[in-house]
Design a protein around this ligand. Structure first.
Ligand SMILES: NC(=O)c1ccc[n+]([C@@H]2O[C@H](COP(=O)([O-])OP(=O)(O)OC[C@H]3O[C@@H](n4cnc5c(N)ncnc54)[C@H](O)[C@@H]3O)[C@@H](O)[C@H]2O)c1
Length: 259
């Protein structure tokens, strides 16, 4: 097997933004490791990759479990010999009035959105530091990592934490030739946003699609985000063209949040 093709792992890549990112990286010439907690959706995604002739493996796992994160890197190295890019994409939303949040919900969201990114970064860095090439760790942040939203207090807190970890780990891992950056999407029409909209209906008495309209109506480029808008940025960050960029958390939101 040729060693010159780069290898990328994308967590939460069975559907939505993660799938668009994995597809784009495959088109860019990466061997891709699809990873997701949903075996059923992962099987569908793998079949689609096979149909398109992309070189890939699929590994089921939960990013909040340290052993699962080590396993996905182990499987990647077994199949393809190395890991050049690790995209910490998997994440979950939480939409509730702050005063109603229970401990179980705090643990759920922090375990996936923060522990998941920490474990993913640790396992990726352990592998990348054994390699000669530049390693890239790319985290899913959000506009909610730059701005704190009502009803999204837990989610916003976790994405602010992702931004902070992106900065700290970029500083610590530079010595191993590893770059750490993040992409910060705005409002994309994925199952995540369907659930956010439904939660505004439940908790705030909104009409269906009212939250979606409120969040999207002021976007400067005049339309909501499409998954490929996000994949375009990740493709750039994963490429050699971004080798001089580290510790950045880059907004791709069509003009919503200005930093
Ligand atoms: N959709 C948006 O508008 C938006 C905006 C900003 C940031 N983001 C971020 O982008 C990332 C992807 O969002 P999305 O809209 O595609 O979400 P989504 O809910 O539509 O899809 C998420 C995928 O991750 C998987 N997943 C969930 N928990 C997992 C776990 N513990 N381990 C492994 N896989 C898991 C799901 O099965 C699913 O396939 C998230 O980190 C999210 O916070 C999304």
């Amino acid at each position: 097997m040729s060693q010159d093709k780069k290898v990328a792992i994308v967590t939460g890549s069975a559907v939505s933004l993660g799938n668009a990112i994995a597809t784009r990286l495959a088109k860019d010439g990466f061997r891709v490791v699809l990873q997701d907690i949903s075996q059923e959706n992962l099987d569908k995604a793998k079949k689609e990759f096979d149909n398109q002739g992309f070189e890939s493996i699929a590994v089921v796992g939960d990013v909040s479990k340290r052993d699962d994160q080590f396993n996905v890197v182990k499987e990647a190295v077994k199949a393809f010999g190395k890991v050049d890019v690790f995209v910490n994409n998997a994440g979950v939303e939480s939409v509730e009035p702050f005063l109603e949040i229970e401990e179980k919900e705090i643990d759920r969201v922090f375990n996936i959105n923060i522990k998941g990114v920490i474990f993913g970064t640790q396992v990726a860095a352990e592998q990348m530091k054994t390699q000669d090439s530049v390693g890239k760790i790319i985290n899913a942040c959000s506009i909610a990592g730059h701005e704190s939203y009502e009803m999204l207090s837990l989610y916003s807190a976790t994405k602010h934490a992702v931004r902070s970890f992106t900065h700290s780990t970029a500083k610590e891992l530079a010595q191993y030739n590893i770059r750490v950056n993040a992409y910060c999407p705005g409002v994309a029409d994925t199952p995540m946003w369907e659930r956010i909209d439904a939660a505004f209906v439940e908790h705030k008495g909104y009409e269906p699609k009212q939250a979606w309209k409120e969040f999207t109506q002021g976007i400067l480029v005049g339309r909501p985000q499409e998954p490929n808008d996000v994949a375009n940025l990740v493709s750039f960050l994963a490429s050699d063209d971004a080798n001089y960029i580290t510790g950045q958390t880059i907004l791709t939101d069509g003009g919503m949040v200005f930093r």
